[in-house]
Ligand binder design. Structure first.
Ligand SMILES: Nc1nc2c(c(=O)[nH]1)N[C@H]1C(S)=C(S)[C@@H](COP(=O)(O)O)O[C@H]1N2
Ligand SMILES: [Mo]
Length: 550
């Protein structure tokens, strides 16, 4: 390799690096402006969140399942990081191309903008103005790109014309591969190279600074707009007109490490498709009840509280929960009976689906029978003694015992429509999940933890079992495939809540495996047959292996 070759290679490397940086700065500037625009149109319309949300809606069911299984509640963070990573790589590529082939490089940035706009306007809850942040981001990115490339090219021209010794230019050095001042003064670039490098540096720094200000301002303004925390803090929930039945003696089992009977709000699992929490101040919230009803109703939050509230303890679980998984919890809910509301509206006997819609455009279809048959189906405003936390649906959500969340537990609910399953498909049903989503009987070992080391002797095995609206009548546990042993159950509070259970085994040292199975209130046993969550919930017995030490 000659010195020239090496110099040439270094310059090439420098050009690629600068191109990549220019591309990323342009894209970043675009996103920053998008963030600022999203202060007007709402956080969810920011370019990255728009694209992320579209990705969630478009992701095939197996991919979604994989994401929930693998990343759990961090799935959203992983998704956003993924979107950003793709953006960085492609914009770097665009930046590398753009110096010599502006149109090709620019096309990459234009397609970002177009993608963002498409993602924003195809959201279920989209307003036409939602396209603004992405459109602006695209235009801003192009503008910054154009500016930086101009400064960059300008810096190279003099260096080519006068600055470089003839020997520095190999035959392969077409203008396209012109030597570049940034390759470094040590390599003999003239002094003219330095100001040009400085020019690019200044232009880049200015872009980054403006972008940082725009992004920060955008975020701050978005936060100001999000007055929902204030609204929630101002809510005073009245005492229930119909309080939860008194808890029977022995309703809970105390074993260190067992799921508590009531799941604290901060520990309650969260599953939804939103990347930016809907911000619905209670004062602005209304619920419209319509569709196949005689008297459509519209309710304000105040109307709701004034009706007199019902309080119930209900267990909620997610269809995506794997056997032994964490997506289940029990809370004391405060709300109004959904059945009463629908009867007031005069729901037609021909409608078999209650279609609910949330502020963010989610649609959920609930079997109408489940809402009207007298069970404690609630339009809830309170959870464990507080207004609903924002991530659990503030100001109001549905909860209907006996159904998985995806067919019954609409958060941020704003509209109820009486309709038919053969007329309208809700979000998850369009994605081939079972339309009705009746919960399957399930049981989980909380203690001991998988692969825990426990000393030999008496070992306590404990956990929870649930089959909402059918109740749990028995739980059995066995060790190493031996005989089933009846567990001691906490007193049933209602058929709609889980029951804790415990039992003990005397175990010898070695690897020991515990398995659990429950029977529901009808005496029907939990099936051993293992299935995945899709399409109607996981089934099979939970087992935990531990090491018993001498
Ligand atoms: N608006 C809205 N409501 C929603 C969802 C959603 O994605 N969007 N997910 C549902 C699902 S799948 C479940 S399991 C429950 C979870 O409620 P939680 O997050 O309060 O535990 O909310 C339901 N309600
Ligand atoms: Mo769910």
């Amino acid at each position: 390799m000659t010195t020239n070759d090496r110099k040439h290679g270094t310059r090439r490397g420098a050009r690629i690096l600068i191109g990549a940086i220019v591309g990323v700065i342009a894209a970043g500037s675009g996103l920053a402006l998008g963030e600022l625009a999203a202060a007007v149109t709402g956080p969810a319309t920011s370019p990255v969140l728009s694209v992320g949300s579209a990705a969630i809606d478009l992701a095939p069911t197996p991919v979604k399942e994989f994401a929930i299984r693998t990343f759990g509640t961090a799935d959203k963070l992983v998704l956003i990081s993924g979107v950003l990573a793709v953006l960085v790589v492609l914009s770097a590529l665009g930046g590398i191309l753009v110096r010599t082939r502006f149109a090709t490089g620019a096309a990459i940035f234009i397609s970002f903008g177009v993608l963002g706009v498409l993602a924003a306007v195809t959201r279920a809850s989209a307003q036409p103005t939602d396209s603004m942040p992405s459109a602006l981001a695209g235009v801003a990115a192009l503008g910054v790109l154009y500016l930086l490339v101009r400064v960059w090219r300008k810096g190279e021209e003099p260096a080519m014309a006068e600055g470089v010794a003839p020997g520095d230019v190999t035959p392969a050095d077409t203008p396209d591969a012109a030597p570049d001042s940034v390759a470094g003064t040590t390599e003999g670039t003239t002094e003219r190279g330095t100001p040009s490098r400085r020019g690019l540096l200044i232009a880049s720094a200015a872009s980054v600074a403006v972008a940082a200000v725009a992004a920060t301002a955008g975020r701050l303004l978005q936060a100001v707009r999000r007055d929902v925390a204030e609204s929630r803090a101002a809510v005073r929930l009245p005492k229930p007109a119909d309080p939860a039945p008194e808890l029977p003696a022995g309703y809970r089992t105390k074993v260190s490490g067992i799921s508590p009977y009531f799941t604290p709000n901060k520990d309650f699992y969260r599953v939804d498709t939103v990347l930016s929490l809907p911000s619905v101040p209670a004062e602005e919230w209304t619920l419209r009840i319509g569709g196949d009803v005689k008297r459509p109703i519209e309710l304000s939050f105040r109307d709701l509280l004034d009706r007199g509230l019902t309080e119930r303890d209900l267990t909620l679980s997610c269809v995506s929960n794997e056997v032994g998984g964490p997506y289940v919890g029990t809370a004391r809910w405060l709300g109004i009976p959904l059945g009463d509301l629908l009867r007031e509206a005069g729901v037609s006997s021909s409608s078999d689906q209650l279609l609910s819609r949330s502020e963010d455009g989610m649609t959920i279809g609930t079997p109408m029978e489940g809402v009207l048959d007298g069970r404690d189906a609630l339009l809830a405003v309170g959870m464990n003694g507080e207004p609903l936390p924002v991530n659990h649906g503030f100001p109001a959500r549905m909860i209907v015992p006996g159904f998985y969340g995806y067919t019954s537990a609409t958060k941020w609910v704003v509209e109820l429509t009486a309709t038919r399953f053969d007329e309208v498909q809700a979000y998850w049903t369009q994605r081939d999940w079972d339309p009705r989503g009746v919960v399957k009987t399930a049981s989980r070992i909380d203690v001991p933890r998988p692969f825990e080391r426990v000393s030999q002797g008496e070992i306590t095995v404990a956990g929870v079992a649930w089959a909402q609206h059918r109740g749990i009548s028995a739980v059995q546990v066995r060790m190493d495939g031996g005989p089933w042993q009846d567990a001691e159950l906490s007193t049933q509070v209602s058929a709609d809540t889980w029951r804790q259970w415990r039992t003990t085994f005397s175990a010898r040292p070695g690897t020991r495996r515990f398995e659990v199975r429950a029977a529901d209130g009808n005496g029907d046993p939990q099936t051993e047959k293992r299935t995945r969550p899709f399409p109607d919930g996981a089934s099979g017995w939970h087992s935990v292996a531990v090491t018993v030490t001498p």
